[in-house]
Design a protein around this ligand. Structure first.
Ligand code: HEC
Ligand code: HEC
Length: 476
């Protein structure tokens, strides 16, 4: 049977009507060449719109927080790029990162105008967040913390996976890198760094320590010691008053809310071994491997006298120091890494260290716990000076001056009327002194960065941008 016949006779299939002509065999239009050219065209159109166009047309003005980099910081920025730091550290904080009021690393959302100018462009955004975002790193740690951390990150954080930077062996290179991380966060970062530098000055004078080593010197020099012979604490002042000036007043007499149980103490020991030994040492005497870089050196917890009777060693004081850190020292802020309970537990544990509870295989027992009692002197001082009602938190009017806000951040235990002397017997300390000192440091750093940028021939915004006051993010 012929083909046509079959078509006509198969039930259900329409046949080709008589007289119709089949289509001629068509040539394929989408040849590999056409597909290739078309694909490339589509690709480059997308690239042109998404990449080229924004690069050439998106030019946001500098944000009010923008500041140029000093030349040392710029050299550090080049090291940051050369050493692949951006592979693990992004350089912008997204809205979902921001944790306001936690005072750590993510206080504000990055704005496009934060990355203005040829010294910060192309910006080192990075994409991976293996380590924390560093766009707001400035001022959270003092320089001595940074140099110990670059020498070996495990010294500062035993859990860290960051590679050490010993290969940047010359002091100059580490110091440039430190300048970059301390000055990269715009004006709010410079303000925080100024607060850190001011607090460092207060702490060193008050405790009789020399300035810390720079760069990697700490790796081969003996640990720094306090020269307490030069100290002459003022007569009518509680010796611990300047230390207490850095602890919010409401924590001074607070007890530990958790019961002294074996389980709480054991968990406290675990936390201590996990996170604190790089600085405070496996014996708790303040001589961990990182200590040689630091001034002041980390606190020694082995004295029973300190544990029971110190003016600034109450459980509330310890809690506050661990929660918020101690500006001016390497003591860092654990508020977003340890739970409230774990901080109180490690406080319980610290007060058993004088009884040898850090020895291996030694479980801390409730009767190792040394109870702290406020001394008569402390109680008398709290009645007459740095009083609770005079505390700034009770002020009805919000503080608007950013330098005063920063002074309050680093000296939260002072009230506006308090006038103290540091333990050298002559350096004055008040909130006003702190705000003025911080302002002077801030303006000096900002002016130097501007004149460095001018010297490099960079395009700068009008001077009026420089005059816009900095802000303290998360502190309104
Ligand atoms: C392999 C990934 C990795 C690389 C590469 C890396 N880091 Fe880190 N970095 C981390 C991690 C993880 C942390 C958090 C733990 C810690 O503090 O060490 C960190 C922490 C930091 C911190 C402290 C942040 C804070 O305040 O807690 C700084 C500053 C820093 N890195 C700078 C650098 C610089 C500069 C470089 C390049 C020279 C670099 N990092 C390279 C992973 C990395
Ligand atoms: C990066 C180093 C470093 C790490 C890590 C560190 N500390 Fe500290 N710590 C210090 C330094 C430095 C001081 C300040 C000592 C001084 O100024 O006298 C300090 C002070 C303290 C104080 C106040 C002591 C006092 O007498 O007022 C407490 C409490 C404390 N640290 C507990 C801890 C705990 C708990 C951990 C772990 C969760 C820890 N620290 C981790 C460096 C560190």
């Amino acid at each position: 049977m012929s083909e046509r016949k079959r078509e006509e006779h198969t039930p259900g299939t329409p046949g080709m009507p008589r007289g119709w002509v089949r289509h001629p065999h068509e040539r394929m239009l989408i040849t590999p060449l056409v597909a290739g050219v078309g694909g490339l065209l589509a690709f480059f159109t997308v690239v042109a719109i998404v990449v080229w166009l924004p690069i050439h047309t998106f030019d946001p003005p500098p944000s009010s927080d923008w500041a140029p980099l000093s030349s040392t910081a710029l050299a550090g920025r080049n090291l940051f790029a050369q050493n692949g730091c951006y592979v693990c550290h992004s350089g912008y904080s997204r809205p979902q990162d921001v944790r306001e009021s936690l005072y750590f690393l993510y206080p504000k959302i990055s704005a496009p105008g934060d990355f203005w100018g040829s010294d910060q462009s192309p910006n080192l955004l990075g994409t991976e967040r293996t380590g924390p975002d560093l766009s707001q790193e400035s001022g959270w740690h003092p320089d001595d913390w940074q140099s110990a951390h670059f020498y070996d990150p495990r010294y500062m954080d035993p859990r860290s996976l960051m590679p050490d930077m010993k290969s940047l062996f010359s002091n100059k290179q580490v110091d440039q890198l430190i300048a970059f991380v301390e000055q990269r966060s715009g004006k709010s970062g410079l303000l925080r760094y100024a607060g850190q530098l001011y607090a460092k000055h207060v702490v060193l004078v008050n405790q009789g320590f020399p300035p810390p080593y720079t760069g990697f010197q700490g790796s081969h020099k003996p640990p720094l010691e306090s020269n307490d012979k030069i100290l002459a604490p003022p007569k009518n002042q509680l010796e611990e008053a300047p230390n207490l000036a850095q602890i919010d007043r409401s924590y001074w007499l607070a007890g530990d809310p958790l019961p002294v149980t074996e389980a709480n103490l054991l968990r406290g020991k675990e936390v201590f071994l996990d996170r604190c030994v790089g600085c405070h040492g496996l014996k708790g005497n303040g001589s961990g491997p990182g200590a040689r870089f630091l001034s002041p050196t980390p606190a020694d917890f082995t004295s029973a006298d300190d544990a029971c009777c110190g003016g600034d060693t109450g459980p509330g004081d310890f809690y506050y120091r661990i929660l918020r850190g101690w500006p001016g020292t390497a003591m860092e802020n654990f508020g977003d890494r340890l739970s409230v309970d774990d901080i109180w537990r490690v406080v319980l544990f610290i007060k058993t260290i004088p009884n040898g509870t850090l020895k291996p295989y030694r479980n801390p027992e409730p009767n190792d716990y040394i109870v702290w009692q406020p001394s008569k002197e402390l109680l008398a001082w709290t009645k007459s000076h740095q009083t609770l009602p005079g505390n700034i938190s009770f002020e009805k009017k919000a503080i608007k001056d950013p330098f005063m806000q920063e002074a309050l951040r680093v000296m939260p235990g002072l009230a506006p009327k308090d006038r103290l002397l540091l333990n050298d017997g002559k350096t004055p300390l008040s909130l006003r002194d702190a705000a003025n000192g911080i302002k002077a440091l801030y303006e000096d750093m900002l002016n130097r960065a501007w004149s460095d940028a001018k010297g490099r021939g960079e395009k700068l915004p009008p001077e009026s941008q420089k005059a816009i006051a900095p802000t303290v993010p998360g502190q309104q």
